[in-house]
Design a protein around this ligand. Structure first.
Ligand SMILES: NC(=O)c1ccc[n+]([C@@H]2O[C@H](COP(=O)([O-])OP(=O)(O)OC[C@H]3O[C@@H](n4cnc5c(N)ncnc54)[C@H](O)[C@@H]3O)[C@@H](O)[C@H]2O)c1
Length: 421
């Protein structure tokens, strides 16, 4: 849909609030977190499903869509502004109403079919729990919607490839959240790689994780389905999707995987305070070989206490220099500044190793990564601009997770074959 063609999606903005509120059970009025631009507005109706969840509320509604609206929309130049007009979809009506009112959203519904049938809503977004996503994404594609979704896009590669094929056949745009690529620390790391700072990259060691409380007091800070495999939980399917795009994109293609998972905490308490058995792994220890021979070790754990500067840190060693990158910061040590360490535990350590690293300054203010990717997807829909992270990339993440699970079960290293439709 080019800008001229977006008029169809824009029609709702001309209709006033009566029609706009029709999917809610009562008219909430406009709570107004931002001012709607008056001229050159290209309104894009976005169905947001699963928006009552942790990611749906915090990252996608509040920090992305509501934040974009609070800023007056996405300024695309030439006096044109993309204005996302969300419709909140979920299972709990009262919660949807609260969220809508708190975020200046006019329309919500518990009836997905009704909004999928609405031609004024060209985009479907899904942040539901993983296990129920594929069903609704399929329905959205069948309804001709452009689809943007949280990861993993499906529970298995076969279904992910089916969704990819369906989206292609229906000629709808598709995208998957790959937020880690937009983290300031990893943007700095990528520019170091691109500048040749490392020389030949030898290895990457990554630590991701923190302690997730078992409940009931203090209660767990992640949803309980994360710890039940029958509900789509498990840290392998959660984190290996991230590791795939992060490694492929920053360092080069992943060629093998060796993984070991563990359920360190076998019993937890759910949202209702009930004790349940954790059937999914809460830690995964992975080794990945990249095409150019670099070796990557990534530990992912919800059962570790943090003694790092950030919740994710990657330590990259190259022949010409090393770097430690986190969510926001990145520190480097070039070859010429590398201390000459020698092993002598009989004396106090003579070198302050941490002092020998330099912070990489940020060149720009980086926006929230989820918001930055939302803006690109809206531009992709409205302006036909390219969007690099489609369903096939999402399928690649699931492929790595599936192979990781198999590697763990079979206790062996597996090749990661090229994934194609
Ligand atoms: N990009 C990231 O960094 C990141 C981080 C965490 C989670 N995620 C992904 O986001 C998605 C949502 O995760 P979350 O942590 O927000 O979960 P959550 O449990 O907080 O939210 C789940 C949402 O799905 C809805 N839902 C619909 N049917 C459901 C069902 N049968 N069971 C449970 N929930 C159902 C819930 O109402 C809720 O709105 C998952 O797919 C997860 O993998 C992504």
């Amino acid at each position: 849909m080019a800008v001229e063609g977006v008029e169809a999606a824009s029609r709702r903005s001309e209709r006033g609030s009566e029609d706009a509120a029709s999917a809610g059970t009562e008219r909430p009025g406009r709570a107004g977190t931002g001012s709607r631009p008056a001229d050159g507005v290209v309104e894009i109706g976005v169905i947001m499903n699963g928006v009552t969840g942790r990611m749906g509320t915090n990252q996608h509604l509040v920090r992305s869509i509501a934040a974009i609206r609070a800023e007056g929309g996405v300024d695309v130049g030439g006096g044109a502004v993309l204005w996302p007009e969300p419709v909140l979809v979920g299972r709990r009506e009262y919660r949807l109403r609260e969220l809508a009112e708190a975020n200046g959203v006019e329309r919500w519904t518990t009836d997905l079919d009704e909004v999928l049938a609405d031609p004024d809503l060209p985009v479907y977004f899904d942040a539901q729990a993983t296990a129920v996503r594929a069903r609704d994404v399929k329905a959205a594609i069948a309804a001709g919607k452009h689809v943007y979704t949280e990861k993993p896009i499906a529970p298995d590669v076969e279904t992910a490839l089916e969704l990819t094929r369906l989206a292609r056949e229906a000629k709808v745009k598709n995208g998957v959240v790959q937020d880690k690529l937009f983290l300031p620390g990893l943007i700095k790391l990528r520019s170091l790689v691109e500048s040749g700072f490392f020389g030949r990259i030898l290895s990457v060691r990554g630590e991701f994780g923190y302690w997730v409380f078992e409940g009931p007091d203090p209660e767990g800070q992640r949803p309980s389905w994360n710890y039940r495999s029958e509900d789509g939980g498990g840290i392998v399917s959660d984190m290996f999707c991230h590791w795939r795009y992060l490694l492929d994109d920053i360092f080069g293609p992943v060629r093998t995987v060796t993984a070991l998972g563990a359920t360190h905490i076998p019993k937890r308490f759910d949202e209702e305070g009930r004790n349940y058995e954790a059937t999914a792994e809460d830690a995964a220890y992975g080794i990945f070989e990249l095409e150019d021979g670099a070796v990557v070790q990534l530990n992912s754990s919800w059962a570790t206490r943090v003694h790092r500067d950030e919740l994710l840190e990657l330590h990259v060693d190259g022949t010409e220099g090393s770097a430690v990158a986190g969510l926001r910061e990145c520190r480097i040590q070039p070859r010429a500044a590398t201390p000459r360490a020698t092993w002598n535990p009989d004396i106090p350590n003579p070198i302050d190793f941490r002092a020998g690293w330099l912070a990489v300054p940020g060149t720009t203010d980086h926006d929230n990564g989820f918001k930055a990717q939302w803006e690109l997807f809206l531009r992709h829909v409205a302006l036909e601009e390219p969007f690099r992270w489609g369903f096939l990339d999402g399928a690649r993440g699931i492929q790595l997770a599936e192979l990781g699970m198999r590697s763990w079960a079979e206790r062996r290293t597996l090749e990661v074959p090229e994934l194609a439709l």
